[in-house]
Design a protein around this ligand. Sequence first.
Ligand code: DGP
Length: 214
Amino acid sequence: SGGAMAAKRGALIVLEGVDKAGKTTQCNKLVQALQQSGRPAEMMRFPDRTTTIGQLISSYLEKRTELEDHAVHLLFSANRWELVPSMKRKLEQGITLVVDRYAFSGVAFTSVKPGFCLDWCMKPDVGLPKPDLVMFLQLSSAEAARRGHFGEERYETSDFQKAVQQKFEQLMKDESVNWQVIDASQDVESVHLDIVGHSHGAIRLAQDVPLGEL
Ligand code: DGP
């Protein structure tokens, strides 16, 4: 209505997957490729270990601290919530955010613990900005094992990762989320090309619809 045209919003793009699928490498490459094609883009990762809450989480993952399972689940969620204002600001400025893990990791990792149902695990993240695209980097546990030993952090065992993979498969049935499965067993460049292709589509679509909520 007469004023200057509002800048088109950026897209919220999430990469999920089990450990060793190559999420961090691919997030970095995607941000670089978008920037080189003239689109403002920034990378984020969850957990963000730099905040006060993130430091508690980091200490827990490094097994320096024990925390009750419900309590730590809520801390992971709080760590996402504390970044929401800055995420929204950036998206509104037209910056596309490429995020290494999000609420889906939160649900998948906690819900494999005894006594947790998906429904309870999803509750604290209800209302978070909804990704325009979630790419799941699919990698068999055999292939993950070939990529070398797991690290020393909590959750880094092959049995736990297999259980997490099954939870992700359940979450991917949710058709209200724009899931794309990426074959992460391909070489780095081929995976990258798949990811770039899906991302350009999501960025275009995001320009015409408001940011959703989980
Ligand atoms: P990294 O992505 O390498 O920084 O490792 C983070 C670890 O924490 C990884 O094992 C996945 C796990 N994780 C990520 N988000 C959540 C979450 O929200 N809840 C739980 N329980 N674990 C999470």
